[in-house]
Every structure is written in structure tokens, then in C-alpha cells.
Ligand binder design. Sequence first.
Ligand code: ADP
Length: 432
Amino acid sequence: MNQNWRGTVVRHLLVLVTGCLLLGLISGYYAWALVLGLALYLGWTLRQLLRLHQWLKQHQPEEPPPDGHGLWGEVFDSIYHLQRRDMRVRARLQAVIDRVQESTAALRDAVIMLDTDGNLEWWNRAAEKLLGLQSPQDNGQPVSNLVRHPRFKEYFERGHFHEPLELPSPVNDRLRLQLQITRYGNHEHLMLVRDVTRVHQLEQMRKDFVANVSHELRTPLTVIAGYLETLLDNVEDVTPRWQRPLQQMQQQAMRMQSLLNDLLLLAKLEATDYPSDNQPVKVAMLLQTIRNDARALSGERHPIVLEADPEVWLKGSETELRSAFSNLVFNGVKYSPEGGEIRIRWWGDEQGAHLSVQDHGLGIEARHLPRLTERFYRVDSSRASNTGGTGLGLAIAKHVLLRHRGRLDIHSEPGRGSTFTCHFSSQQRAPH
Ligand code: ADP
């Protein structure tokens, strides 16, 4: 209330009190006259309050407030102006929301907003086409009821969204979708879904091509390797100057055979999401056999220490785990100088199960680490060709781990050695 209105109210009250005093002077009842005057004033004030209340409760948006006198008139007008301003702001906001919704509705990618618990709040038209969401019946439904793929459920529950997820569309098997979830605001989720069918088909063609070529090369190579072996078995019948070339040919043929085997294994790993044989694997026993093989590879030139908890088992495929773990252990041997200790540890804790393979060998520079699990990536090609590696060992290990809900951590310092650690979630541990 500004100064003016304060003055008016004081003036009104003064007029009222003076009127009451005059009435008291005429009638001789001062007290009663004052009571009557105040009661009238109170009654009038209450009436204005009631009118305001009624207008606030029942008025239409454009309906002006009731006429009021004095201070009450001013109060009515201020409330009316406030309401008008609020309506204008709301209309402006609605226009912005409408524009955003119209533009996202026109997107070819699906945009879905989920609340903290993963219930659907809003989605655009593309989401109806790609995921089969139906408006309005799916509103408020948990997203995992509508996208029922087990990998999506796992991905959503795990809550690590830095990598996108690829799935077939729930409405059309031939469509391949890529889902990316981002958290925003108060732990709400924004889900973007893209149709990546074309990229997926190209990727599939690439995989099929590699698998087919590897398969086709296998038979001719077996024949060549077989003849080379026969020739070398009868080495005395061969001209001496052919002996060395033949030995080198046999070495290279063996290298090609292990390359083809690794390529075929990778193709097999890529063909499905999870291993078909999900059996309990006694990892400690598996590691013992791997240690024995590693000793043979090293020719007893490296001390190999194994500390494995026999109580910790994993669910999965023993053959796949054997390839992954032996690749890590054999790398330790291949890339360590004579006498360098290789330490293998297998243990379990609340987070799950872990395998670490530590060596004190050549080590790897930090800039190579992010690319190490790529196919044919080699830190130093001369180093790798000496060791007879295929460049596929770590790619195989990474794939096997992915299929067993695990991940690979690599720490390394050039000249000091490397530690490769596989972490498996507790979900993957097998009870026994
Ligand atoms: P490769 O068959 O050549 O060993 P991998 O995929 O197993 O292929 O490894 C990729 C590259 O990573 C290797 O060529 C090697 O340079 C490097 N590397 C792997 N393990 C080790 C290790 N324990 N110490 C040093 N370098 C390593």
C-alpha cells in the first residue's frame, strides 16, 4: 500500500469516528454510536472480501473484477493486472513449448522423455513408428514394458549410459535401432533412438565377408601346410638350399592358420550377443591349465605366479574364457624379457569377480592404450612380428568379456610393465 492509500484509509476512519462522535452527541450514547459505526465498517469490509473471494473462485479468464471503492477497488485491480500478466507469460511459454514439440515431432529420430523411474512422459511421432509407442494409452507406462528386449532391461537397470545400445526394433525385426539415454534435470531420462539399419547391414556384410574369406582360405592353406610338413619330414630328400625356405614357408603357413582361426573365432563371437553354453566355470582350474601352457610357451624363462580363489566361479563359456584369459597371459610372456615375473590373480568381492595379469615387461605408451583392443592394432609392428602375434588377441579378449558382462582395464608404463584386469559383475558369478 503506498502513502496515498494509507492516507485515504486514515481519512476514512477519521470520518467514520467523527460521524460516530456526532451521532453520540445527538443521541447521548457515545459508546453505542461507536460500536454501530465500526460494525457497519466491518460489515462493508467483509462484503468486499466476499465479492473478491467469489470472483477469484468463479470468474472466466477474461472477466474483469467487480467494481470496488477505495482501497478494495485498488486491490481488485491489482489482482486483475497480475492475472493478465500471468496469462500473457503463460501464453508465451505455451508458444515456445508448442514450437519445440512441433520441431521434435518432425524429427526422424525418436525422442522420448522418461521420469526418474523410467515411466514414459512424452514422445514424438518417430517414437511411435520406431518403437510402436501408442498415444495416449502408453503414457505413464514403464519403458521396459514396451521395449522388452532383455539387453535393454539390463542396460536401463545398470544405469551406465555412456555407450549407446543397439537392438532390433520391437515392431519390425528388420529395423536396427541405436538407443542413447541421457540423464537430465532431477534424474529424468531423455532417450534418443536412431534407425541404424543401413549401417548395421554394411557392418554385417563386412563381418560375413571376413568370415567367408577366412573359411574359404582354410582348406587351401591346410593342403599347403600339409605338403610343407611332409616335405620337411623327409628333409633328407630335399636339396639343402631349399631347407631354409621350406622352414620359413611352414612358419608363415602356421601364422596364417592362427590368423584364420582368430578371424573365425571373432566372427563367431560377433554373431551372437551371449555365449550359448552358460555353464558354471571353475576359473581357478582353468587358470592352472593356462599357466601350464604359458610355462611351455615361455620355455621356463619367466616365473609365472598364480593366486586364484577356487571358490569364485563364473557363468559362461569355458572355451571363450580360455581364449580371452590365455591371450592376456601369453601376451605377458611374449612382451616380457627373460626373467620378468608374470603374476596372475583371480578374486571375488562385492562388486563381482576380477582377474588381473601383471607383467614386468616392455609396457605400452599411454597414447596406444585406447586403441589396443582394435583388430590388428599393434604398438610396434616389428615387435609383434617377432612374437608371431596375430594382432587379434586383445580384440578377442574384449569381445569375450563383453559377452560375459565384463570389461577390460589396462594400466601400463613403458619400461615397467603392464596390468590387464578383467572385471565381471556379481550377476555373472556362478553359485556353487
Ligand atoms: P598380438 O597378437 O600382436 O599380441 P594383441 O591384440 O594380443 O595382438 O595385442 C595388441 C598389441 O598390444 C600387441 O601387438 C602389443 O604391441 C601390445 N601388447 C599386448 N599385450 C602387451 C603386454 N602385456 N605388454 C606390452 N605390450 C602388449
